[in-house]
Design a protein around this ligand. Structure first.
Ligand SMILES: [Zn+2]
Length: 378
């Protein structure tokens, strides 16, 4: 890796890649210890690695308010989702330890501000709904009542479930630079990749130097396909159908918020930190149920000046195999009626796989379908 090469990549959000890792303090045992939820742990780790640059800790009230009302940090930088740490009461000291699910201290937070917040207001702004049936809203409503803000220093990173896929932004950037890529498109997914996703990632790759397949491996809904199964699908797909020197598969450690449009912006900003110049936004990106309009996650990009985000969104339609065109296509590129398209509903696909049957090759690569069949069998 050379410094010159990485400088050709898009700059991190705010200009500098944050690194909030560091040694544990000598007085760690004396500090009050506060537990983090899975979502907070995942945010903490992304602050540590610079994936949430320019954030150096959990949000102050000024940033929090500004993000809810204006989709910008208090300093004017574009930012779409709150990143808060909820606590029961103000700590007794100026520094506290932050503990993981097992109660082990993993970071120190310099206590800078404690403030109350209005959960319904946050829900409405971030999720566009106050409905407690929405998984992101439900998690928000279950939070403690105060936000604790301050810079963090993380001395214990979580053990990644897939170590070979765990690349921090500095590492993906180095990887892109080594391969001589300047323009890199990021693809976020929390599903196995079928032909439709393969089509849009390859269509995007035709116009840039490299592709980052960046599956989300943080906390998701329990009915999403398990991470281990998805990772196996990505591997077999890339090994068999993508040129190895143009693609990198790596894990995105974020927890899903299911905030739809605002999360699409947030995902794009994160990918810029990983070194992507372009980001694929499909229909209903990061959506759940019918809380968001099909194109809301694309339209929200118009609310920003392009220089503000400094990562180019690439919008895609629903795609399918058309028998008359003899290729993958979308409503943008195929004039033929639906009868000519190979279309399967998610329910139909699960039904086939559950019975051990391969979906049509025009819908899913057999290698991928085989892995899903095995997964459904167990
Ligand atoms: Zn057609």
């Amino acid at each position: 890796m050379t410094q010159v090469a990485t400088e050709k990549l898009v700059r991190p959000h705010g200009g500098t890649l944050v690194d909030r890792t560091g040694p544990a303090p000598d007085d760690l045992a004396d500090l009050e210890s506060l537990p983090l939820t899975q979502r907070e742990l995942s945010d903490l780790d992304m602050i540590a690695s610079g994936a949430l640059s320019p954030l150096e800790g959990f949000m102050h009230r000024a940033d929090y308010e500004s993000v809810l009302d204006e989709m910008h940090l208090a300093n004017g930088l574009a930012w779409s989702l709150p990143v808060g740490f909820a606590v029961d009461a103000a700590p007794r000291s100026e520094r506290v330890a932050l503990a993981d699910g097992a109660g082990r201290p993993v970071a120190v937070l310099e206590v800078e501000e404690v403030y109350p917040y209005d959960k319904e207001r946050e829900a409405q702004a971030a999720f566009r709904t106050t409905d407690a049936a929405h998984p992101g809203v439900a998690r928000l409503y279950a939070q403690k009542e105060l936000y604790l803000a301050g810079r963090v220093t993380v001395f214990e990173r979580p053990q990644p479930e897939f170590p070979e896929l765990a690349l921090d932004p500095a590492q993906t950037r180095a990887h892109f630079a080594e391969r001589g890529w300047r323009r890199v498109v990021g693809f976020q997914t929390r599903n196995p990749i079928h032909r439709a996703h393969e089509y849009l990632t390859k269509t995007a790759l035709e116009t840039v130097d490299g592709l980052l397949i960046h599956p989300l491996v943080g906390e998701t809904k329990s009915d999403d396909v398990p991470v281990a199964t998805r990772v196996e699908c990505y591997r077999v797909l890339v090994d068999n159908y993508y040129p190895g020197d143009r693609v990198l598969v790596s894990a995105f450690p974020a927890a899903m918020r299911y905030a739809g449009p605002r999360e699409a912006i947030w995902h794009a900003i994160c990918r810029k930190n990983y070194g992507c110049s372009h980001f694929i936004v499909g229909r209903d990106h990061a959506g759940v149920g019918d809380y968001y309009g099909t194109y809301d996650a694309q339209l929200i990009f118009d609310e920003f000046e392009s220089h503000e985000l400094d990562i180019e969104p690439m919008f895609f339609e629903h795609s399918f195999y058309c028998r008359v065109c003899g290729s993958m296509a979308s409503a943008k590129t195929c004039p033929h009626p639906g009868d000519d398209h190979v279309h399967l509903s998610g329910t139909k696909v699960r039904e086939l796989l559950g019975q051990g049957e391969l979906p049509p090759a025009e819908f899913s690569r057999p290698e991928v379908a085989q892995i899903l069949i095995e997964a459904y069998r167990t």
